[in-house]
Ligand binder design. Sequence first.
Ligand code: ATP
Ligand code: MG
Length: 434
Amino acid sequence: MIAGPFGAVADVFRPEAIGRAVRIRGWVLRLRSSGGILFLVLRDRTGTAQVTGRRDVLGPERFDAVEHVQVEGAIQVEGTVADDPRAPGGREVRARTIEIVDAGAPFPIFQEQTEEFRLDKRHLVIRSADHVATFRVKAELLRAIREFLATEEVLETTPPILTANPAEGGAEAFAIDYFGRPGYLSQSAQLYLEAMIAPHERVYALTPSFRAEKSRTPRHLTEYQHLEVELAWSDLDGLMDFVERMILAACHAVAERRPAELTALGRPPQELLGLHGPFPRVPYLEAIGRLQRAGLPVTWGSDIATAEERALTLEEREPIFITRFPRELKAFYMLRTPGDPRTVEAADLLAPEGYGEIVGASCRETDVDALIERLRASGANLADYEWYLDLRRHGNVPHAGFGLGVERLLRWMLRREHIRDTTPFPRTPSRHTP
Ligand code: ATP
Ligand code: MG
């Protein structure tokens, strides 16, 4: 029995660790034995280190047992740190004793398996090095976003996920049975955040949003982490300034705190540190002109879909905003552009290099009659929105907000081919397990 406390594997590589006794524990990355010596690589949350165990030190019974520990089996080790140029990192732990916590069954994951199989075994695949790096970066990204929002005095709030009516229209909402009444999983917290600006002025929520997107694309999940911010008194330019500061702060913080993970995943941290803004702000009309000149069959009123986003950003090095979209393309709550009834005060932020939309932003309509007219036109049941319309009757002030897909941002930051690689247990039309 090894009596704790246990140290971290990374501590094995501290300068003063040489010659010291250590206790470490974790999972076996690989193991082999030759000539009465076991060589294994042990992983914990802090890193990996080689452990060696001699038959004459461990005793034959213990040695034979450890020899049969499987990849991803779990052990505890007590030993002494020594320099060894042949070991990864130039160090190893020479075990005095090794205790088996779980010898493990043969680990079923190999590099060359099909993507479907690997998705079925996602609960085990997430132990692999690229997943570990990805989710360390994701945690850092979430931390950086929260830090930025705290600095900007934006209050974190907790809107509901279960709702009686879909925020963005019924087609892409997941319907549920709410004790015999219709209910929906939230597609966006926006309407609730709009209610919370009167008491708090600047609010955000970081919650899952659910979209019953039938289209299988490399940038849609059916469940994703949605960062939504709502700012009282903001106009579109102020909102775009805010989004830009936030994206830059997040990219720089992640690059500074996770350089090794970024490098391992194919995104040199210098590229993120090199982002500096300002992000170009391209009116929709001008974007359509650019696309026409590039030979795409678009006119006023055309959606900026995947192919168009790609064409607009393939050569860009920094994200770009597309602004002031035709009204018909956008949601009922968006503010009409003063002086141009055809467009709304909205901006989408597109990631460079063809990765597509990461932020959808807009000023919100403050005129209650205009809202009612747009709701009617969309076929919505007005009674469902009565509480929302109330907000326009009691201290109705100009305000604006945005939604950012955390996995969309991460996909671009890490240059992942598919958005499912930015979330541990992806939900897509064909999969909601494991
Ligand atoms: P798209 O046109 O790409 O489907 P959208 O216009 O439906 O996006 P919004 O409703 O504006 O997106 O949502 C705000 C943000 O949430 C988007 O900018 C995007 O970053 C993210 N997002 C939207 N749908 C998804 C999804 N299915 N999976 C992951 N992220 C999403
Ligand atoms: Mg969508």
